[in-house]
Design a protein. Structure first.
Length: 580
């Protein structure tokens, strides 16, 4: 859509030129431009007229991103900026909104895709992804393309979605002009390099034309800061009872100089440290127990637990270990890795190692995301998190999640922790008068505490309905008192709970949705928004399936029509997920 109408007081070619810049600019860029021009007028400065050089029509570039937590989306924006500076005319499309005809009509196409779940597309990209993989996908002859894949080597299906899309675009007749790069969690550098190369290759020799340079370096005031900041822990409370087999910490953080400008639905990235006991054991097994420098580095900044195929390959190459080589050659390494960590590799296949070789087996320690469980309008300069300690046994060893146990076992009130705001505009509250249905079992309930606080603070007239579940009512009812208060004061209209271990037959949130299906569909027909947060592996899929069944039953629809009803909610962005 062109934002500058033909009626604007400019010549037609000037309107075209303006639309080429403003039409593809993000809201932030448009806001910057508006402010800049207003400032120019206010200062009385005049722009010197200069002889016009005929502008060549800029060549189009279609950029599609499939993103869940915003990394691919951010890179798509970076790519658009670079492309625009190179004289291209980028159009950025969230795969959630992609119509496949846009691919067929693209001359040049870049896809930046993250992989989620166990080798799945980001939730909101699922529909377009399935269409692309289906027999109905359009032919792409004449489309030049490149794919950048984002992922995490810790997952067996590393960058699977980027890889599959890359193969699919070629199979549909597209011409791969930039080779795919698969990025791990520390993607910043390889992604920036890939973007630079891709723009070079995709820019036709005649593209230069008249390039309008806009300096996007200065951060617009409208964007919240996503710098790493220090926070003080002012509350550290286990919300499970001492008789629960879970430990879920309510962590209240206080920020000197103001909390990051977060909104309900956003998360914080938390920078954790490794368990010194684990690091000591690892160094002992590797024969490097006395190396204090390596120990400090490992505790603070290296991922010393993840075991990936890449780690095993590096180990085989750097040590020449016969059995590890055989494991790889037999194609058994992927299976062997499952449920194991770096410490298992070295304990099972010991060999003389020096500090450098051991360090080369690790990658930088990545922060972990936690949904913010508070609203600034209620808690001021605080941010609350709800963190469940991950503990399990595998292959005869007790395992502990790095960040969650750093919080649960080693952080105390009065200490400090480093965090960074991770905005998520795709999981935000709707207009205050809209009804919301929130499905958040376990720690999935965290953002809904923020939603409810926000709706109370803003006196939102829309109704709010929460579905919560956990193991037992007595020991695992997270934020029970908050919900009771909210029901009393009206911030929460309705609440349904499912405690799976209180009854002989396990009851989960999806069962509660089914029980309440008549009211549920009535709310949705009235325009309610449906939010799901928490476990991606089973819960999110079961909840969606329950909603499809609810539509089929309440409205007497065929399974296909009921599926369409939920797909329509997704397209309308009234079915929103933040699952992990
Ligand atoms: C947007 C977003 C929001 C999130 N919000 C929250 C939140 O509000 N609260 C919260 O608690 N978490 C939340 N998480 C999850 C959180 O980021 C971490 O993934 C979680 O705390 C585990 O991190 P960790 O460092 O403790 O574990 P890690 O050291 O990362 O270990 C986790 C890994 O251990 C393995 N593992 C775990 N359990 C088992 C098992 N039973 N058997 C075998 N292997 C296993 C898996 O490989 C898993 O990936 C969120 C995640 C995202 C992406
Ligand atoms: C719950 C979860 C599941 C993931 N599953 C995979 C996976 O199967 N394969 C992979 O390569 N990366 C996986 N990742 C890593 C993401 O792809 C990676 O964090 C990426 O940078 C996210 O990009 P986005 O912010 O654009 O969604 C997973 C991450 C999370 C949190």
């Amino acid at each position: 859509m062109s934002p500058i109408p033909k009626t604007a007081p400019f010549a037609e070619e000037e309107i075209d030129l303006l639309n080429r810049v403003v039409g593809t600019a993000s809201p932030v860029q448009r806001a910057w431009l508006a402010g800049f021009l207003a400032g120019l007028d206010a200062s009385g400065a005049t722009v010197m007229p200069h002889p016009a050089t005929p502008a060549r029509p800029a060549e189009p570039l279609t950029i599609v991103y499939a993103s869940e937590s915003g990394n691919s989306e951010k890179l798509a924006g970076d790519l658009a900026k670079t492309a625009r500076k190179n004289g291209l005319r980028p159009t950025v499309i969230d795969m959630a909104d992609l119509e496949l005809s846009a691919l067929a009509s693209a001359k040049r196409l870049v896809v930046i895709a993250a992989t989620w779940g166990e080798g799945e597309p980001p939730a909101r990209a699922m529909r377009a992804y399935n269409e692309l993989m289906s027999g109905g996908a359009p032919r792409l002859e004449g489309v030049e393309f490149g794919v950048l894949a984002l992922g995490d080597t810790a997952y067996a299906e590393f960058c699977a979605i980027g890889r599959t899309i890359d193969e699919r675009l070629a199979a549909l007749g597209g011409k791969r002009v930039v080779d795919r790069v698969d990025c791990d969690l520390d993607f910043a550098e390889p992604a920036a390099r890939w973007i630079g190369d891709a723009v070079k290759v995709l820019t036709p020799p005649n593209a230069g034309g008249r390039v309008i340079e806009v300096d996007f370096g200065a951060k617009p005031a409208a964007l919240p800061s996503t710098d790493v900041v220090e926070a003080e822990i002012i509350e550290h409370v286990d919300l499970n009872s001492s008789r629960s087999d879970k430990e879920t910490i309510h962590l209240a953080l206080s920020f000197e100089g103001g909390a990051p400008a977060y909104e309900p639905g956003d998360s914080l990235d938390l920078y954790a440290e490794n368990d010194p006991a684990y690091v000591d054991e690892l160094l002992k097994i590797a024969g490097l127990a006395g190396d204090e420098k390596l120990r400090a580095d490992f505790i603070k900044s290296r991922d010393v637990t993840t075991l990936s195929l890449k780690t095993v390959e590096t180990y085989a190459a750097s040590t020449g270990h016969q059995y590890v080589k055989a494991l790889l050659a037999d194609g058994q390494a992927k299976e062997w890795i499952a449920g194991r960590q770096l410490i298992d590799l070295i304990a099972t296949f010991p060999i003389a190692l020096d500090a450098e070789k051991l360090r080369a087996l690790t990658r930088p320690l990545a922060p972990r995301a936690y949904s913010i469980a508070s609203s600034r309008r209620d808690v001021g300069d605080e941010a609350h998190l709800l963190i469940s300690a991950v503990r399990y046994d595998s292959h005869g060893r007790a395992r502990k999640g790095v960040a969650s146990n750093y919080v649960a076992e080693r952080l105390k009130r009065g200490q400090h922790v480093r965090v960074k705001l991770k905005p998520n505009g795709h999981f935000a509250l709707p207009a205050p008068d809209k009804d919301i249905i929130m499905v958040g079992p376990g720690t999935g309930v965290a953002p809904f505490r923020a939603f409810v606080q926000e709706r109370r603070a803003t006196k939102a007239p829309g109704r709010s309905w929460l579905f919560f579940g956990d193991r037992t009512f007595t020991h695992d009812f997270l934020y029970q008192l908050d919900w009771q208060d909210a029901l009393k004061d009206g911030a929460l209209t309705r609440m349904d709970v499912a405690f799976s271990r209180d009854t002989p037959e396990k009851v989960y949130v999806q069962h509660k949705l089914w029980q309440r299906r008549t009211d549920l569909i009535q709310w949705l027909d009235g325009g309610a928004y449906f939010y799901v947060c928490g476990d991606a592996k089973a819960m999110a899929k079961d909840v969606r399936a329950a909603l499809v069944r609810a539509y089929a039953d309440v409205k007497a629809l065929s399974p296909e029509a009921a599926e369409q009803a939920v797909a329509t909610l997704e397209r309308e962005k009234r079915y929103l997920q933040d699952t992990y």
